[in-house]
Write a protein that binds this ligand. Structure first.
Ligand code: NAD
Ligand code: UD1
Length: 364
């Protein structure tokens, strides 16, 4: 892997913009590409023959994930250690590479932390996106894929969530920051008829690459369900807390639309292909269209791993909705994308990743 601080890339990559290894291959900037979804998307992009340049400040990831991406694909990732909130870094980067498109994953994503540090979240998620869009404008890059979230449907939307629903009203700064960026993108695309934007609203991505080489590696105590279960399974945590069993659902626990991260990564490739022939900003739900409860997931993990997951029911987590899942028909009709992998696939791949890497990338 080539690792450079942005200031040093001028000399080394002088000829890189002209290096395109496959016919129809593109040069894609993947911000946040060392992270969970970004690393899986990098695998799919490389395996389609695209050249991948990752910009990541490593605030929530490590370079090892990119070495593993290279092992899976037997191809190089061009890594630039830098921050999307640093306009000089972006200018330097965009001067060196002629990007065909940008996929923007970089951002902070912990809901609870966003309530404690709203300014940090708005700065990183909103200002970072603005700086990136300004750099794209300056360097005439017109294709943009944005990591949005089901959380932008707010607290009162009826299920299943469909793209035509009114958005907004998120309960926390993280959700509001995603909604704000969507509004910025819609306005930017209205003002520039050449701009094409796909706003991908992820539901609950889980799982890992089937190689077991890359997966989700949260810092500290996991906030999300699957990483917590996986850490209980390898003995790093004693017991799973199930946040409430008194919801109006068949077993009383919350229902979510879990999708395999490799399906999600493939959705980005489909969105990129779609962008090449379209203008304007469009939102797409990326989910399976099926919901599972917390206890369904616990049972599925136990069945896939053969490990019993001790759990205790505790009180509800503030801000949790009882149920939501995607209406994913637009992504199928327009992008030609649909999730293919089952809940069992998600569990098997999570377990393979966690059991091979009990301490995540730190085991390297
Ligand atoms: P992640 O934390 O694993 O990846 C984000 C990456 O961005 C990390 O590698 C981090 O180091 C990097 N980063 C953060 N701020 C940066 C900055 N200012 N400059 C450069 N790099 C920066 O998270 P993920 O789960 O892969 O999520 C990727 C994106 O998808 C995020 O924008 C997140 O909000 C969004 N999203 C995630 C989920 C989910 O459940 N994981 C759901 C909906 C939306
Ligand atoms: C969370 C975020 C949401 C984000 C989404 C992306 C919150 C409040 N919401 O959604 O903004 O878009 O991730 O995937 O953080 N659960 C437990 N015990 C645990 C962890 C979770 O019972 O230790 C339950 C939760 O109550 C929820 C379900 O598992 O019902 C899924 O939780 P989680 O993985 O955190 O995802 P979301 O809450 O859907």
């Amino acid at each position: 892997m080539s690792t450079f601080h942005y200031a040093s890339i001028r000399l080394v990559f002088y000829f890189e913009p002209y290096f395109r290894p496959f016919v129809n291959s593109m040069v894609i900037l993947v911000t946040g590409g060392a992270g969970y979804i970004g690393s899986h998307t990098a695998v799919e992009l490389l395996s389609q023959g695209h050249k991948v340049v990752v910009l990541d400040d490593l605030s929530n990831a490590c370079e090892e994930s990119l070495s593993r991406v290279e092992r899976i694909c037997n191809r190089k990732v061009h890594f630039v250690h830098g921050n999307v909130c640093d306009p000089n870094c972006l200018t330097s980067l965009f001067s060196r590479f002629k990007f065909d498109a940008v996929i923007h994953f970089a951002g902070c994503k912990a809901v609870g932390e966003s309530v404690r540090k709203p300014l940090d979240y708005y700065h990183n998620n909103v200002t970072g996106s603005l700086f990136l869009l300004e750099a794209m404008k300056k360097f005439d890059v017109k294709k943009f894929v944005f990591s949005s979230s089901a959380t932008i449907y707010g607290q009162k939307a009826p299920v299943p969530y469909v793209e035509t629903l009114k958005t907004g009203g998120a309960l926390n700064p993280y959700g509001s920051s995603k909604w704000m960026v969507e509004q910025i993108l819609i306005d930017a695309a209205k003002a520039d008829s050449e701009l094409s934007v796909a706003m991908l609203r992820y539901f609950n991505p889980i799982g890992a690459h089937p190689s077991g080489l890359i997966g989700e590696d949260p810092l500290g105590v996991p906030n999300n369900l699957l990483p917590f279960i996986a850490q209980v399974a390898v003995g790093k945590r004693e017991v799973l807390s199930v946040f409430g069993d008194d919801y109006e659902t068949p077993d009383g626990t919350c229902i979510r639309d879990y999708l395999h991260v490799v399906d999600l990564a493939e959705g980005h490739v489909k969105a990129l292909n779609w962008l090449m022939g379209h203008k304007g900003a469009e939102a797409f739900n990326l989910g399976t269209g099926t919901g599972f409860s917390v206890l369904d997931v616990v049972k599925a993990f136990e069945a896939a791993s053969g490990v019993v997951i001790p759990y205790q029911v505790v009180s509800r987590r503030s801000g949790d909705l009882a149920v939501f899942w995607a209406d994913a028909t637009k992504a199928k009709a327009v992008l030609g994308w649909e999730a293919k992998r089952t809940l069992n696939d998600m569990m098997i791949d999570t377990w393979r990743w966690q059991s091979l890497n009990p301490n995540g990338y730190a085991d390297t």
